[in-house]
Design a protein around this ligand. Structure first.
Ligand code: BG6
Length: 467
């Protein structure tokens, strides 16, 4: 070991409103797309919220946030990443004035974080577009979404800008390519959606993100705005140059987003993709100017890597976007291939490419946990989660030794939440077990797993306990 984690490294955890809050119609909240997606991305949305949708109650964080934040504090969190439910603030999304009760909820949550000295990191939009915007405007396909988002972001910066320094504009913005409804609020089904509309939606999101960055700086120059992408290293299945070329193309598909966020203009390869498909985007001069408002840092989620090949290979399961299975790697119970070294690789790749501070804002293992009793106290002996965490953090430490500027690390789902892709509770990521099952039963009680103490020790020793 040549180096260690820097002082002030931001250790913590990350969640998203729609996956834990519940209270889907409480406090004046409007419906979001998630309220009609009972099966995540596994099935099309339904007309009305239905009782089988676990997200309607989530883990009832809406009412238990103080208890949950106290548990995060017990682990020593320095930072907590959470998202604001857009439809709590603007129930339909296109109103002129915000819902005060929704704003007050996040004031109270921020009070709790402040009480425990935990730095907030806020995602402005995490897979929870107001349903009205999806149905009426077809989400980000419509240019008017930029204005609605600007109003929403301005409202947040004005209200919380004196107590929240770090902001992310869109969760996993590149996932819109694979999950247009969940990621882009696009109501037209994936099968019906034209490539031209999809790329136009991407353009609108990128402009909205840059515009929010500009607004944030005007309101408070101290604010730090980051983009957020789903990172997934892609390896060639063989050394055949045709496979390597496939990797390059697939990489470009993801990197294009942050190339725009960081460099303020579309890269040549992206323009070529559009040309080759005969797509002419509506990009105004004002849009081009707005895009020059670039981010302060790059954040990303990291769960797994995939392979690409010009032909052959077995397709595996993946986080929203899958790929070809890597014969060298093990997989989680949900088929996501576990690759700690891939985290060091993306950290280096992103640092070399953009030279911006990096923030790992999601990393985690979804697994089936068994609740047992130790000395009369319910717990989970999740050594597999500890091993995953340890092995990934070792690679973060290596990347830091490589010279990469890493701001922090927030584990995905420090408390069990409803899964985004499969809408299950049995796919658990937490250090804290929540007694709620896939059929909706359970007491909602919280229990510390074995990993709870391990992560607490990691934070307390600033990573010195890594094996
Ligand atoms: C990321 C999302 O894709 O992965 C989270 O930003 C999500 O919202 C996480 O929960 C894990 O995925 P899943 O589908 O297992 O919940």
């Amino acid at each position: 070991m040549s180096t260690t984690f820097p002082d002030g490294f931001l250790w913590g955890g990350a969640t998203a409103a729609n996956q834990l809050e519940g209270g889907y119609d409480a406090g004046g909240k409007g419906l979001s797309i998630q309220d009609v997606m009972p099966r995540g991305i596994l099935a099309p949305p339904v007309e009305e919220p239905t009782a089988d949708n676990l997200k309607l109650v989530g883990i009832d964080h809406y009412h238990r946030y103080a208890e949950d934040i106290a548990l995060f504090a017990e682990m020593g969190f320095k930072v907590y990443r959470f998202s604001i439910a857009w439809s709590r603030i603007f129930p339909n999304g296109d109103e002129e004035t915000p819902n005060e009760e929704g704003l007050a909820f996040y004031d109270a949550l921020l009070d709790e974080l402040e009480k425990h000295g935990i730095e907030p990191l806020v995602t402005i939009s995490h897979y929870e577009t107001p349903l009205h915007l999806a149905k009426t405007y077809d989400g980000w396909v419509d240019r008017r979404m930029i204005g609605f988002y600007e109003r929403y972001a301005r409202t947040l910066f004005e209200r919380y800008g004196n107590r929240v320094k770090y902001w992310l504009t869109f969760n996993e913005i590149n996932s819109v390519l694979h999950a247009p409804l969940m990621s882009g609020g696009i109501w037209t089904s994936k099968e019906q959606l034209s490539k031209a509309d999809l790329y136009q939606a991407i353009h609108h999101e990128l402009v909205a993100s840059a515009s929010a960055t500009k607004i944030a700086r005007e309101i408070n120059p101290e604010l730090r705005i980051g983009c957020m992408i789903l990172a997934m290293p892609i390896y060639p299945l063989t050394p055949d140059p045709a496979d390597v070329l496939k990797v390059m193309d697939a990489d470009h598909g993801n990197l294009a987003f942050s190339d725009v966020h960081v460099r303020g203009a579309y890269p040549g390869y992206f323009l070529r993709t559009l040309r080759d498909q005969g797509i002419e985007l509506d990009i105004t001069d004002a849009d081009r100017e707005t895009l020059t408002n670039t981010v302060d840092f790059v954040s990303f989620s990291y769960y797994m890597s995939i392979c690409e090949a010009a032909s052959g290979g077995e397709v595996g399961q993946g986080n929203i976007m899958g790929g070809i299975k890597n014969p060298k790697l093990p997989a989680s119970e949900w088929g996501w291939q576990i690759d700690p070294v891939g985290l060091r690789i993306v950290l280096n790749q992103f640092w070399d490419r953009w030279g911006k501070p990096l923030f790992i804002v999601e990393n985690g293992l979804g697994a089936k946990d068994e609740l047992v009793e130790v000395d009369g106290v319910p717990t989970v002996q999740d050594d597999y989660r500890i091993a995953y965490l340890n092995d990934h953090l070792v690679q973060v430490r290596e990347a830091i030794a490589d010279g990469v500027d890493v701001m922090g690390y927030t584990w995905w789902g420090p408390i069990d939440v409803v899964s985004a892709s499969t809408a299950q509770l049995s796919k658990r990521y937490g250090f804290i077990y929540v007694d709620r099952n896939d059929d909706g039963s359970g007491t909602l009680n919280r229990y510390r797993k074995k990993s709870f103490g391990w992560y607490r020790d990691t934070i307390a020793s600033n990573g010195a306990n890594l094996a």
